[in-house]
Design a protein around this ligand. Structure first.
Ligand code: XBP
Ligand code: MG
Length: 249
């Protein structure tokens, strides 16, 4: 039986990555660094999951192995970036992606358990949820990158979400936007619906049983990319439940 839905955050609940990029650039500027990540550069850097890890990769490849002072500065940059990201999100510039609010509400009404499993830091998830779910946080469980042993593409954060939900992987469906995220969910034993996002245009969505442009709305159907198609171009709880009964039993 389908008992839970588990959503990735960045690129799945909302197109957040460009706000992360802008927040990094603002933090660099505040610290007097002439570093700047263009959208193209950021798309490349997104092959590294985790903002701290992404920054470390950038510094090591562009500015040489960091010394102690630089490492300390990188910690300050990421803390400041998290703060600036929160300001940008709270500034209200970030709606949920098509179909997210609708499917969350359908699932909540049907008594399913809801979780997020993200690489990002907890304050970022809290800010996004507070702005986009003003009537109250609909998620029973939040599992974030800093709480898991290893970040995506390892399955740890999805396994943590399943553990906290108290459901088996065979009783849940995951939603993801990136190749690393899909791998993470699959390795946790979860079936995956992939919704390609702005920064994952070049990512393989292989392994997802269904890949679509987004979850769709009755008045704005999605584009099917591969795998399972959804009636009217809309991923509904009813259709997910029917798929799960057929495919998982
Ligand atoms: C995607 C990520 C995150 C964000 C930045 O997360 O890789 O690291 O880019 O957030 P998701 P932090 O799994 O939700 O797609 O700087 O807080 O790491
Ligand atoms: Mg993502």
């Amino acid at each position: 039986m389908l008992k839970a839905l588990i959503f990735d955050v960045d690129g799945t609940l909302a197109e957040t990555e460009d706000l992360h990029r802008q927040a990094f650039n603002r933090a660099f500027a505040e610290m007097g660094l002439d570093w700047h990540w263009s959208p193209e550069r950021y798309a490349d850097l997104l092959t590294v999951m985790g903002g701290k890890e992404r920054l470390a990769h950038y510094v090591a490849t562009e500015h040489g192995e960091p010394d102690a002072a630089r490492r300390a500065q990188m910690g300050e940059i990421h803390d400041r970036k998290t703060h600036l990201y929160g300001d940008l999100v709270t500034g209200g510039a970030l709606p949920l992606r098509p179909g997210i609010a609708r499917l969350v509400e359908e699932a909540r009404r049907a008594g399913l358990r809801l979780a997020v499993a993200s690489t990002t830091s907890r304050p970022n998830v809290d800010a996004l949820i507070a702005v986009n779910f003003p009537d109250g946080d609909p998620f029973d469980v939040v599992a974030c990158g800093d709480e898991a042993e290893r970040k995506k593409p390892h399955p740890d954060v999805f396994l943590l979400a399943l553990e906290r939900l108290g459901v088996a992987a065979s009783e849940a469906i995951a939603f993801e936007d990136s190749v690393a995220g899909i791998r993470s969910a699959l390795d946790a034993g979860l079936p995956v619906v992939a919704t390609r996002s702005r920064y994952t245009g070049g990512h393989s969505l292989d392994g997802a049983f269904s890949a679509v442009s987004d979850l769709g709305e009755p008045e704005m159907p999605h584009t099917r990319l591969s795998g399972t198609a959804w009636p009217g171009g809309v991923v509904t709880l009813e259709a997910l439940t029917a798929w799960h009964a057929r495919a998982v039993g």
